[in-house]
Design a binder for this molecule. Structure first.
Ligand code: COA
Length: 185
């Protein structure tokens, strides 16, 4: 196995499909974590794309602090073109980092990609994003090329993207995380 997939996920975390009603909560997390955040409109537009070409999940935590008892703490989404899956976005609320949430989201998204017959996965990541790069490294992604000045920073400067690929999808999915995935996700 190319990756290093020993992650623990708290039992209070569950994964389920992203739904239109989740857009404000997901966009709020995105606004907190990204220098170039997706707008609510951009997230909402994802629901207009055929489900064969997209897969989005949210991670929820049981919380006594919210009326419904569940709070969205992370999300992630993939697009599919031919036999390639592209991780479009993944994020965890800053108060819930290093609890295995992004790893659980990625594991579920990548397992679904394998079930859809994807041969390989790709994504772009900021060169400075050490945490995300380490997460992807553990799934077996390797840097293959870069895109110069691909991202814009808050101060107006630009930053290169690293383009990562995982070509050995099947073998990268050893049982390591145990997210509590709802039926249908
Ligand atoms: C990157 C990000 C999604 C990670 O989310 P997370 O839920 O905290 O990640 P996990 O807890 O699942 O981490 C799994 C593993 O990834 C690696 N990792 C995650 N964050 C890390 C960090 N800041 N530094 C080093 N390694 C890190 C570790 O190996 C970690 O395992 P460990 O905690 O047992 O050491 C989160 O920091 C985030 O939302 N960042 C802003 C959005 C973003 O950059 N998204 C990626 C776009 S390409």
């Amino acid at each position: 196995m190319p990756g290093d997939l020993r992650f623990e996920v708290p039992s209070s975390i569950s994964l389920r499909p992203f739904m239109p009603a989740d857009v404000p909560a997901v966009a709020a997390i995105e606004a907190l974590v990204s220098p170039e955040p997706w707008s609510e409109r951009l997230f909402a537009d994802e629901f207009t794309v055929a489900s064969a070409r997209r897969h989005w999940l949210v991670a929820e935590e049981t919380s006594p602090d919210v009326e419904q008892g569940l709070m969205i703490v992370g999300f992630g989404g993939m697009m599919f073109v031919a036999d390639e899956g592209h991780l479009m976005n993944v994020a965890t609320h800053p108060d819930h980092r290093r609890r295995g949430i992004a790893a659980a989201l990625c594991a579920a998204l990548f397992a679904d990609a394998a079930e859809r017959g994807m041969a390989s996965l790709t994504l772009e990541v900021r060169i400075s994003n050490v945490g995300a790069r380490e997460l992807y490294r553990r799934f077996g992604f390797v840097p293959v090329s870069s895109r110069r000045d691909y991202y814009r920073n808050a101060d107006g400067t630009r930053e290169d993207a690293l383009i990562l690929w995982l070509h050995d999808l099947g073998s990268a999915l050893a049982p390591a995380t145990s997210p509590n995935t709802s039926p249908g996700s």
